[in-house]
Design a binder for this molecule. Sequence first.
Ligand code: GLN
Length: 241
Amino acid sequence: MTGQRELAIVSLYPRDMNIYGDRGNVLALTRRAREHGYAPRVTEVNPGDALPEVVDIVIGGGGQDSGQGRVAKDLSARAGEIRALAGDGTPMLMVCGLYQLFGHRFITHTGDELVGIGVLDVETRGGGERMIGNIVLDSDEFGEIIGYENHSGNTTLGPGSRPLGRVIQGAGNNPEDGVEGARTGNVIGSYLHGSLLPKNPALSDFLVGEAARRRYGDFDPVAPVGETVMRARESAKRRPR
Ligand code: GLN
């Protein structure tokens, strides 16, 4: 359609960081953006690729430690660009492996240190136990957030990030703190796969809304949340851990 407002979405490292269907986040986000009347344009950025000139939303997923190793150097090389976008209010969602690398560092369970870009004030240490299963959070801004976690990294928050939500069921950042994810400005990090966005349209609306406000000065959320999504949320919530 002509005259539609475009939203430029960067899918970060889809080749190496796409586990448990994290690509579904990109599909759900583009669909939600269309429902709100925008024209999303997705650019996949893998190691060595340039970021597009205009970036409205950045989204990235999880991966094994080996995948994280492959992208960590490339991410460090573009740290300045990504920090500038984050500092300027660009909404971003980083799941699991990239959540860890958007923090200061990830020390793997074998003792290797992967240096992160410090956009989120978190650090992660690989532990001996995996935290696996369905997880439900409660958050002031997004209500109930529903997903699936599978990580051995234990993440702790510094004062520069606040949690995404409180854990109702599951482990979250680590088994002790009772919180999940991290948020600094408009950047969200979370362990939740699922994929996360198809089940949690409030998060897609946050990303689309912040992007639209930043680029066009306003956001008019016109799309209601469909029945199917509500049913999927209820059924996911009832699943045992
Ligand atoms: N390798 C990391 C961990 O286990 C990330 C896993 C993931 O992205 N699912 O903590």
